[in-house]
Write a protein that binds this ligand. Structure first.
Ligand SMILES: C[S@@+](CC[C@H](N)C(=O)[O-])C[C@H]1O[C@@H](n2cnc3c(N)ncnc32)[C@H](O)[C@@H]1O
Length: 280
């Protein structure tokens, strides 16, 4: 019978079934998930500890799926964003580290107690929950057009004990005029015809979370006028976008009536977040 250690030693070798390689850290993460034990315990397993054949088969299957490009977060059912443990299912985009830049930028301005902050297109709830964690006095609300995504976001809010109001709807349609201090959004922004949508990784994620229309800018074209109506004077709109979209998004912001427009880079140095203020 295979031992846990024996499996760990040979699991990263390519096989005819999985010709690619699964990084060793991910083999460990999948093992922790299957055996329901922390990493330190997995790595310290006794040399004689045998691996149950069912666990071995499940572990092999997950390694194969990971090697074929399925996101790790879908395989283990969770990920971390802004140090928050989030439940993740294939109904939501896997939150990306670069989206933390959006949260950082949002928090860099004043958010007073009672200020209304909106996360438009919340997916797993990542941005809204990070904002509520950092500014517990703010009134944070979030929408998504996908009811299935909202089920995940609500479950995350409950598990984290963070009070965020969620509603189903399109962008900022349901928001009262002049009611918001901050609107943050990481909308779909990939051009519909971009072949990367069918690449490993992205092809497993909801198309509605990624596809930004023929020019990739459809969501921004809806969010800017919505924000200009919903923001109170001094309120800010922040959006994440593709690394080459900064100039076009800035034009949409400026033509829409937002001022102090600026773009900020992600950890890889790519222009990633544009923000602007509605001065009234
Ligand atoms: C790129 S994902 C971002 C998810 C999450 N905010 C994050 O950063 O991980 C975009 C989200 O916008 C939602 N969405 C797409 N069109 C929408 C619309 N018209 N109104 C509201 N949400 C929409 C999708 O369902 C998806 O959850």
């Amino acid at each position: 019978m295979t031992t846990v250690r024996g499996f760990l030693a040979q699991a990263t070798r390519p096989t005819p079934e999985s010709p690619g390689r699964c990084p060793i850290q991910e083999v460990w993460t999948l093992g922790c998930h299957i055996l329901q034990r922390p990493l330190a315990q997995l790595l310290a397993s006794d040399t004689t500890e045998s691996l149950h054949p069912e666990d071995e088969a499940r572990w092999r299957d997950l390694i194969k799926r990971r090697t074929n490009g399925e996101p790790l977060a879908y395989l283990v059912g969770h990920t971390e964003f802004w140090s928050l443990a989030l439940k993740i299912t294939p109904d939501v985009l896997v939150p990306r580290p670069e989206t933390e830049i959006l949260v950082e930028r949002a928090l860099s301005g004043t958010i007073a107690c009672g200020d209304r902050c909106i996360d438009a297109g919340t997916g797993s709830g990542a941005i809204a929950l990070a904002l509520k964690k950092e500014r517990p006095g703010a009134s944070v609300a979030a929408c998504d057009r996908s009811p299935k995504a909202l089920t995940v976001a609500r479950a995350n809010a409950r598990a984290l004990g963070l009070e965020v109001a969620f509603w189903a709807g399109s962008w900022l349609d349901a928001i009262e005029a002049r009611s918001c201090a901050l609107i943050a959004s990481n909308p779909p922004y990939i051009e519909s015809g971009d072949p990367c949508l069918d690449d490993d990784g992205l092809r497993y994620e909801p198309r509605a979370a990624l596809d930004g229309g023929s020019d990739g800018l459809a969501a921004f074209a809806a969010l800017v006028p919505g924000a200009v109506r919903a923001l109170r004077p001094g309120g800010r709109l922040l959006v994440e976008h593709g690394y080459a979209q900064g100039p076009q998004v800035r034009v949409l912001f400026e033509r829409g009536g937002l001022g102090d427009v600026s773009t900020h880079s992600d950890y890889a140095g790519h222009p990633r977040v544009t923000e602007g203020t509605w001065h009234g």
